[in-house]
Design a protein around this ligand. Structure first.
Ligand SMILES: NC(=O)c1ccc[n+]([C@@H]2O[C@H](COP(=O)([O-])OP(=O)(O)OC[C@H]3O[C@@H](n4cnc5c(N)ncnc54)[C@H](OP(=O)(O)O)[C@@H]3O)[C@@H](O)[C@H]2O)c1
Length: 286
């Protein structure tokens, strides 16, 4: 049976990937930083492996005997540093397939920092000669849970600087489905998949949340300088605020609204709709 290791296994995407892989005919390992997190991967029948992906020796040990790897890094500066360490260990261990979650718009010459970071990781993997699959997600629908559920619960609203633009949003479970399909087949070698999700305006998202929760929820369009101030006063580092504000700028221009067929090509079905997502998760917003 093939051995797959998921790096970033305790995070949003990694957890969904483990969940998705548990019924496939593969042996799955979940990379965790601490023994405290063993249970988080064992609940999906994955075997925990201690790994620190900033440490080459630790990666070399973790990748021993694995045929395929999946890597997602948190939002960080210069993630290509981690990508290169994982490539080194993958070569050392004859790994045959590297699946990397990056971001929609990944491009070394991209207009925003997040696109360039994602593009650099992709370039390094391509140059390594290892079979790759890049999965490039748009903004996650789960951002509504992770970042806006509290204000929706307490103030019946969410605050974003996106104007009236349409914004593509994708369910993390859709992303994980594509990753799991790629990890268990050879037909997705050397492909990149743009997972755009379906695009609505924030007012339309607010209307759906209102409908499923049975209470009026509003989108408050925040001026860019206020959004920046608020992130800084919440303790977000300056590099992260700059990267987020660049992303917010292109979102406001409607650049993240373009539909990609890639999800349908890989899975044969349509993206999970915002309506379905909010219906399944309405308890977070009540
Ligand atoms: N949010 C969005 O809408 C969106 C959209 C498109 C793309 N993205 C991109 O998606 C990525 C984030 O994905 P996510 O939300 O799944 O990430 P996440 O929830 O932050 O998870 C990051 C994972 O990396 C692990 N990790 C961090 N440092 C580590 C280290 N030194 N050694 C081993 N493991 C380590 C974390 O483990 P611990 O549990 O130990 O911390 C966790 O499992 C970012 O690159 C972001 O730019 C996000």
């Amino acid at each position: 049976m093939e051995k797959i290791i998921v790096l970033g296994a305790t995070g949003n995407i990694g957890t969904a990937v483990l969940k998705n892989l548990q019924n496939k005919n593969v042996e799955v390992f979940g990379g965790v930083r601490s023994e405290r997190d063993f249970k988080k991967v064992q609940q999906f029948n994955a075997k925990p492996v201690l790994v620190n992906f900033t440490d080459q020796d630790s990666l070399n040990q973790a990748l021993k005997g694995k045929q395929r790897i999946f890597l997602v890094t948190p939002l960080m500066q210069n993630p290509e540093f981690i990508t290169q360490l994982v490539i080194n260990s993958a070569i050392e261990n004859n790994v045959k397939h590297f699946v990397r979650s990056t971001a929609l718009g990944a491009d070394v010459d991209g207009q925003i920092q997040m696109a360039r970071w994602a593009g650099k990781s992709e370039e390094l993997i391509k140059a390594s000669g290892i079979n790759y699959t890049f999965v490039r997600p748009n903004n996650f629908l789960q951002n509504f849970i992770n970042f806006h559920s509290q204000t929706i619960k307490e103030h019946s609203g969410f605050y974003l600087p996106n104007g009236a633009a349409k914004l593509g949003m994708v369910d993390i479970n859709d992303i994980a489905e594509v990753i799991s399909i790629a990890l268990t087949s050879e037909s997705h070698y050397n492909q990149a998949y743009n997972l755009s999700g379906l695009a609505l305006t924030n007012n339309e998202y607010a209307n759906i949340i209102s409908e499923v929760t049975n209470k009026k929820v509003s989108y408050i369009d925040v001026p860019e300088d206020k959004a920046r101030e608020s992130m800084l006063s919440n303790g977000m580092p300056v590099w992260m605020v700059n990267a987020m504000m660049e992303l917010n700028y292109i979102m406001k221009q409607g650049w993240t609204a373009e539909y990609s067929e890639d999800f349908k090509k890989v899975t044969g079905r349509e993206y999970t709709s915002a309506k379905t997502f909010f219906e399944s998760n309405k308890n977070y917003f009540i």
